[in-house]
Design a binder for this molecule. Structure first.
Ligand code: ADP
Ligand code: MG
Ligand code: MG
Length: 254
């Protein structure tokens, strides 16, 4: 089953072309890592997939589960099973984490034509998923991300992911600023949630996270394109050689 098929995708922000022809196919059960230097377009790509309104798709196609994704608004993309964990998670003062999670969950249930859960039944589900991220239940009654440390915000995102159970999870630099324990929890969460029915895109600048999440494919983005695709050894190679040789390779090819 093909989960995501991206063909010759170009996109711009504020009139500046950032994505310059991205091609990518992701099948069910796969974990894809996207690496690349700062400014290469990784976050732009994740935001375009999620349907962020600031990003304009100027060409190409994106099919998600065989459906034209570009026809859907951001909200409908989320409802149909795309989950984007942000590099900088939002704080929502005055809304409890538990209420936020339940509202998001019930909105998906409704979309799938499944019953919504009341507070008590939802609490059973949350308690079970808290185990995945080893999060203290006291975080449920606090405002969403307000006053959370960097590591706590990331765990909270993995908790959201564990509850929403997406078809395609996109983690954009979910590892940045994490200490090694938090990093392992994020990685463990992703690994536990991976199944033959879903897929993930893990975006990271560093190889470190990929010591714990073993990707099926590693793609290196450079200047708005996927410049090189390989297996997990590509990440190790990058760690040893840095990113410069990719730019050199591209220049040599031109
Ligand atoms: P990455 O996530 O790989 O670090 P980004 O996708 O965030 O890269 O950025 C890719 C390029 O797009 C960068 O050169 C960045 O400066 C540019 N960019 C991002 N947002 C905007 C914007 N709002 N206006 C103009 N350029 C932008
Ligand atoms: Mg960046
Ligand atoms: Mg980024």
């Amino acid at each position: 089953e093909v989960i995501l098929a991206v063909e010759d995708l170009t996109a711009s922000v504020d009139g500046v072309e950032i994505l310059k022809g991205v091609n990518l196919e992701i099948k069910a059960g796969e974990v894809h890592a996207i690496m690349g230097q700062n400014g290469s377009g990784k976050s732009t790509f994740s935001k375009v997939l999620a349907g962020h309104p600031q990003y304009e798709v100027t060409g190409g196609k994106i099919a998600f589960l065989g459906q034209d994704l570009l026809e859907l608004e951001a909200e409908d993309r989320a409802r149909s099973g795309i989950f984007l964990a942000f590099q900088y998670p939002l704080e929502i003062p005055g809304v409890s984490n538990a209420d936020f999670l339940r509202t998001s969950y019930n909105s998906l249930q409704k979309h799938k034509g499944l019953p919504e859960l009341d507070i008590l039944d939802f609490d059973d589900l949350v308690q079970e998923r808290l185990e995945v991220v080893k999060m203290n239940p006291s975080f449920l009654s606090r405002s969403v991300n307000e006053g959370f440390s960097g590591g706590e915000k990331k765990r909270n995102e993995i908790l959201q992911m564990a509850i929403l159970d997406p078809k395609l999870a996109i983690l954009d630099e979910t590892d940045s600023g994490l200490d090694i324990d938090a990093l392992k929890i994020v990685a463990n969460g992703v690994n536990q949630l991976s199944s033959p029915d879903n897929a993930s895109i893990v975006i990271t600048h560093y190889q470190r996270l990929l010591n714990y999440i073993v990707p099926d494919y590693v793609h290196i983005m450079s200047a708005g394109k996927i410049a090189i695709t390989g297996g997990k050894e590509l990440a190790v190679q990058l760690e040893e050689r840095g990113y410069d040789w990719i730019t050199e390779k591209e220049t040599a090819e031109v």
